[in-house]
Design a protein around this ligand. Structure first.
Ligand code: ADE
Length: 246
C-alpha cells in the first residue's frame, strides 16, 4: 500500500521528512514531492499549500505520477461546535465543501446528474476505522508519556464526524453561523480536506483526513492558529502520521 501524505503547511508535516528512508525528491510545478519508506511502508509526501485548488492539484499528481493507493491529509482546523476544544482531534467520516452553493440552479437539469449534485464525500468505512484506531493509539501513547517532545499536559478528546472545507479562513461568529446553519453536522472547518476527498472519489481511492483543532474559528482565531502552528502541531502530526501509516 503506497500512501500519498499531504499537509498544507510545512509545520503540519515536514518534520516527517527526517524519518523517510531512501528519500527521493522530485519537483512537479512549484511543489516538491518526497518519496521513500517509513517502517517499510511506501510513502510520498507533499506540501500542498492552502486551499482547495492547491490540495486537488497535489492529490492528482500523487495519484497519476506516483500511483498512490490512498490519500492522507493531516493538519489544523477551526472548531465550529462549542464542545470542541483547542487540541482536540477530529477524524473525518464525511468531507463537505461548505462554500459551494448551487441553490440558485435548483431544478436546472444537469445539476441533477450525480457528478455535479453533491459536494459532500463520505470516507470509506475501512480507512475511517483504521484512522480512528491510529488516533486512539496516539492518545493512549500520550497518556503513557511516550512522546517527550509533546507537552505532557496535552490530553485531547477524539471526535469522528463531518469536516467542512472552504477557501476561507473562518474567524468570526458570522462565518461560523453560516457553516452551522447550512451544515449542522460539521464539527470543524479547514481549507483542503473535501477537495482531496473529491479527487479520491473520482479515482475510487480511500482518503483519510485528520485535523487537530487550533482555534475556534472566532475573532481570536488568528492568534490561536499561529500559536498552535508554531508551537504544537509539528510533533503531534509526525506521531499521528507514523501511526496512520503503520
Ligand atoms: N485551519 C485552521 N483554522 C482554520 C479556520 N479558522 N478556518 C479555516 N481553516 C482553518
Amino acid at each position: 500500500m503506497k500512501t500519498g501524505l499531504i499537509g498544507a503547511m510545512r509545520e503540519e508535516v515536514l518534520l516527517l521528512k527526517n524519518d523517510i528512508e531512501n528519500l527521493k525528491t522530485e519537483q512537479f510545478g512549484s511543489r516538491e514531492f518526497y518519496s521513500g519508506t517509513i517502517n517499510n511502508q511506501e510513502l510520498v509526501m507533499c506540501l500542498s499549500g492552502w486551499g482547495k485548488v492547491a490540495a486537488a492539484s497535489t492529490a492528482t499528481t500523487l495519484i497519476n505520477h506516483y500511483q498512490v493507493d490512498q490519500l492522507v491529509f493531516i493538519g489544523l482546523a477551526g472548531s465550529v461546535q462549542p464542545h470542541l476544544n483547542i487540541g482536540d482531534i477530529v477524524v473525518a467520516n464525511q468531507l463537505i465543501q461548505h462554500d459551494v452553493d448551487l441553490s440558485r440552479l435548483d431544478g436546472f437539469p444537469t445539476v441533477e446528474s450525480p457528478f455535479w449534485k453533491t459536494f459532500a464525500f463520505d470516507v470509506f468505512p475501512h480507512s475511517g476505522e483504521k484512522a480512528i484506531q491510529a488516533v486512539d493509539k496516539f492518545v493512549l501513547n500520550l497518556r503513557k508519556g511516550s512522546y517527550p517532545k509533546i507537552h505532557s499536559n496535552y490530553n485531547p478528546a477524539v471526535y469522528v464526524g463531518a469536516i467542512g472545507t472552504g477557501d476561507q479562513f473562518i474567524a468570526s461568529k458570522e462565518g461560523k453561523v453560516r457553516i452551522n446553519e447550512r451544515f449542522p453536522q460539521v464539527l470543524c472547518t479547514e481549507m483542503e480536506g473535501a477537495a482531496i476527498a473529491q479527487i479520491a472519489a473520482d479515482y475510487q481511492l480511500p482518503c483519510t483526513v485528520v485535523r487537530v483543532i487550533s482555534d475556534k474559528a472566532d475573532e481570536d482565531a488568528h492568534d490561536s492558529f499561529a500559536k498552535f502552528l508554531f508551537e504544537d502541531i509539528s510533533h503531534i502530526s509526525v506521531e499521528l502520521a507514523k501511526l496512520i501509516l503503520s
